[in-house]
Design a protein around this ligand. Sequence first.
Ligand code: PMT
Length: 401
Amino acid sequence: MQRLTNRQIVLGITGGIAAYKSAELTRLLKGAGADVRVVMTPAATEFITPLTLQALSGNPVHLHLLDTEAEAGMGHIELAKWADLVLIAPASADFMARMAAGQGNDLLTTLCLATDAPICLAPAMNQAMWRDDTTQENAKKLEARGVKLFGPASGEQACGDTGPGRMMEPVELAELAAHQFERGLLTGKTVFITAGPTREPLDPVRYISNHSSGKMGYALAEAAIDAGAKVKLISGPVNLAAPDRVERVSVQSAEDMLAASLDGLEQCDIFIASAAVADYRPTAIAEHKIKKGNEEIMELHLVKNPDIVATVASRADKPFTVGFAAETQDVLSYARGKLERKNLDMIVANDVSRSDIGFNSDENAVTLVTADADLELPQASKRQLAGQLIAHIAQSYYKVR
Ligand code: PMT
C-alpha cells in the first residue's frame, strides 16, 4: 500500500448497499497516504451520508454537476485533471450502463469522460443483474476501453441470493488500487529537506541573511516526490511556490528551522540539509529600529546558531543524513571535514565561488562525497541535478538501512 503515498484518488460511490463499505475504503486509502476526494451519485447518498465520507476523507464531498459553489472550489474538470486514479466502488449496473454508453448526465460520469487518469470499477449488484447479458456486454465494452474491473466477488448477497456480484472487500480494493502505481525509488519513505536562507533579525526592520534562493532545495523536494517519498520541506523565506504534494513548513531563523526539523523527526528516513543557515545571529534583537549614531563604526555582537544538520545527525535514531557544503576554496577538503565533524552519511560539495552555479542560479555542479568515494555530478539544471542526487541518496540509503 506504500505506493499510495501522495497519490490523488477520486473515489466514486454509486447507489448500492455495498456503499457502506466505501467508508472503510476511504479510511484505508487515506491511511496509506493518499489524498482522497469522494464523488457520490444521488443514489449513493440514500445508502451513506456525505458527512461520513467528508469526515473520513478530510475533504468536501462532491455531489452535483451543476453546483456553482462546488464548481467555484474544485470543478468537475479540475477534479478530473487532479486525479491520479478514479476508483468507483461500488459501481452499480446502472452506472456501468451509463458509462458504457458514454453518458455524462451526472458529476461522476462527466468526470470519467473528462479524466486522463486510469479508471477502475468495483462492480456490486445482485447476481442476476451481474449475469444479465446487457451488464456483461457493458463490462466488456468498458474493459475494451481500458477500464479495469476489480471483481466482483462471489458469495452470499445482501438480498439473500448467492453468486457473483458482491463488491470486493475494502482491503482488497485498496491493495489493487495501490498496484495501479509504479513503485518509486523512495516509495513509503519520509524525507525532510531544509532549503533557502535563514534570516537573523537585528531589529524590527533589519536582518542578517544570504543569497540562497531555495531553488536547489525545492528541486530536491520535487525529485523526492517524483521518487514516491512523503516530503516535508522546511523552508527559509524564498520566492518560490510550494511544490505539489509537499508539506512546506515556512520558517525565518535558524532556531525556527531547527525546531521544525526536530518536529516529527522520528518519522524521517532521510534528512537533506540544503539550506544556507546563518552560522551566527545577533546576541539581542533591538525592540525598536536601531538609530544611526555619530560613530563611524558600529559593532555587532553575534552568538553561534545551533547546527541543525549536526543536531539531527547526533541522535541515536538518526535518519540517513545528507549535508551540503558551500565553499569558495578547498571545496573537497572542507566538505570532507564537515562530513566527519557533523557525523553525516553523505555531503554534497558545492563550489559557490562561481556565479554560474550555486547560490541563486538555475544550474549547479557538485561532488557527492561519502566516507569511501567521491562522485562528480557535472553542471546541469538544479532540477536535473536534484533527480541524480535523489537517485544516489536512495542507493546509498538502501545500502545501510
Ligand atoms: O538556494 P540556492 O540559491 O538554490 O543555492 C543552493 C545552495 C548553494 C544554498 C546549496 O546548494 C548549498 O550549498 N547549501 C548549503 C549552504 C551552507 O550553508 O553550507 P555550509 O557549508 O555553511 O553548511 C554545511 C551544512 O551544514 C549544510 O548542509 C547546512 O545546511 C548545514 N548547517 C549549517 C549551519 C547551521 N547552523 N546549521 C546547519 O544545518
